[in-house]
Design a protein around this ligand. Structure first.
Ligand code: G2I
Length: 470
């Protein structure tokens, strides 16, 4: 193992921008005076202050609705020094019809960031998704002007207020070819340079990024991004950074992650982890959460090892507000905070990787209660189970894991989907009963065969956290 060269102060100007003494002081003050929700150990062990001490930032993403969740906002303001609006700066919100701009939703997020001394990443100006249909319906000859007008107005509105912009998001297919969207169809690959130049003209100081997923390792898609950035740089097009979304699957942080970031940095751009999460097949086991801690530590260590890596943003604050369960049914638990915004092992691992001391991990209290009733006959039974959210935050999508007594095999179920039929089973909500407000209950049931044991299941856990049983 090689000896590490001391790395402070960081040589890149953009990194020094995050060492701003005022920000660190405000963060430390906030950490010292607020209740220790979501924080383990001493006052200076927040992710944001530890990251800033290393010359990088640690950020999160929030949507408008999150602003009403005090458990979430407490953790966000104390632990994270950078904020990305999850949806509010996207085209469908900011210019829903041509020439009509609405920045009010994003301004609310910006104001939260300001109140909490967080910097802002702008996300995103040009993207095929969350694009209002009027753009894709335009005659191709009008798309360039519409794109430039959109960029000019939005960037001008936030001029001087944002650290960076994801100017172009997800331009590539998996094989490295350009995605055929309204912009590529109208302008060919030149839309990227045009978008960057337009953004630079509207705000000369915001860092301009290209952002994509599945470009973390070396593969055809990251090769395409690399070649694009190299070509843009050689033409003098203003590109300052590349964002690696990093929507990982448990245990699959690519082995070429560091080398890949390094080759981009060598082109003279900054690199950032922009949308980190690490999804786990539910129910998350203790082993899974430990592996996730390793994955998070690997990401932090990778950024710290690459000069030019300016920071890490997690996509969401906790498991309750993560996009994962809604998009990948059966998966979740992808962030550092559980459904009640208590730190998970991945939080402690990130703190440790940043040089802090996580102290003793708080033992999560149950945020759910389960009651059940069995109706058995000689070879079969039915069971009704009621799940109550005893936590303080709304559960959006649930997976209730439990262990069936030996010999029981599920033959049918109602109000939930159950897999597998025996052993450690997970009951997952259906489309209509996934949301459980604090204090709310929902019931589901199943029919099973048995070989003599007709007792209730045991070891209930909700989205990875144990439940009490009555
Ligand atoms: O899809 C995950 C991320 C991939 N990279 C770019 C990010 O911008 C993207 O974020 C997600 C948001 O976290 C989701 O919240 O982008 C999704 C859309 O592609 C967002 O989901 C959408 C829902 O699909 C819509 O049904 C909903 O109306 O959020 C919308 C606004 O709440």
């Amino acid at each position: 193992m090689s000896v590490r060269t001391p790395r402070l102060p960081r040589p890149t100007p953009s990194r020094r921008a995050f060492g701003a003494a005022t920000v660190t002081a405000v963060a430390a003050l906030a950490a010292a005076t607020l209740l220790p929700t979501g924080q383990a150990g001493a006052a200076d062990t927040s992710l944001r202050s530890l990251a800033e001490a290393k010359g990088i930032y640690f950020g999160t993403a929030m949507t408008q609705g999150d602003l009403n969740n005090s458990a979430l906002t407490t953790v966000a303001g104390r632990q994270f020094g950078m904020l990305t609006p999850g949806n509010e700066m996207k085209w469908d919100t900011t210019e829903p019809s041509q020439g009509t701009f609405d920045f009010a939703p994003a301004d609310r997020i910006a104001s939260f960031a300001q109140t909490n001394s967080m910097k802002l990443r702008g996300h995103t100006l040009v993207w095929h998704s969350q694009l209002p249909s009027w753009v894709s319906s335009l005659p191709t000859a009008q798309v360039k002007a519409a794109m430039e007008n959109h960029i000019t107005n939005e960037v001008a509105h936030y001029k001087g207020k944002l650290y960076s912009w994801d100017v172009v998001n997800e331009p590539f297919n998996e094989d490295g070819s350009f995605r055929s969207d309204a912009f590529h169809n109208a302008m060919g690959s030149g839309f990227v340079a045009d978008a960057l130049r337009t953004a630079r003209a509207a705000d000369p100081n915001a860092k301009l990024y290209l952002n994509d997923y599945n470009i973390e390792g070396q593969n055809p898609k990251s090769d395409a991004m690399y070649n694009l950035v190299k070509s843009l740089k050689s033409q003098g097009v203003p590109v300052d950074g590349v964002g690696f979304q990093a929507h990982f699957i448990l245990g699959q942080v690519p082995s070429t992650f560091q080398a890949n970031l390094q080759r981009f940095a060598a082109l003279g751009v900054n690199v950032a982890i922009t949308e980190l999460d690490d999804r786990i097949q539910l129910p998350a086991s203790t082993t899974g959460l430990a592996q996730q801690a390793g994955d998070y530590a690997a990401v932090v260590n990778t950024c710290l090892a690459v000069t030019g890596c300016v920071g890490i943003t997690q996509w969401g604050v906790g498991d309750a507000d993560s996009w994962i369960p809604g998009t990948f049914p059966g998966y979740g638990a992808a962030t550092m905070y559980d459904a009640d915004y208590r730190p998970k092992p991945a939080y402690a691992a990130s703190v440790t990787a940043l040089g802090g001391s996580a102290g003793s991990s708080p033992t999560p209290g149950a945020s759910c209660k389960v009651t059940g009733a069995v109706n058995a006959w000689n070879s079969g039974l039915t069971e009704d189970i009621t799940l109550t959210n005893t936590g303080s935050t709304t559960i959006n999508g649930w997976s209730l894991a439990f262990t069936l007594p030996a010999g029981q095999t599920v033959t049918s179920s109602w109000n939930a989907s159950l897999t597998p039929a025996g052993g450690q089973v997970a009951a997952t909500n259906l489309g209509y009963n996934g949301t459980l407000a604090p204090g709310a209950s929902t019931s589901f049931g199943f029919q099973a065969t048995h070989t003599g044991k007709t007792s209730l299941p045991a070891l209930f856990s909700l989205n990875g956290a144990p439940c009490t049983t009555a």
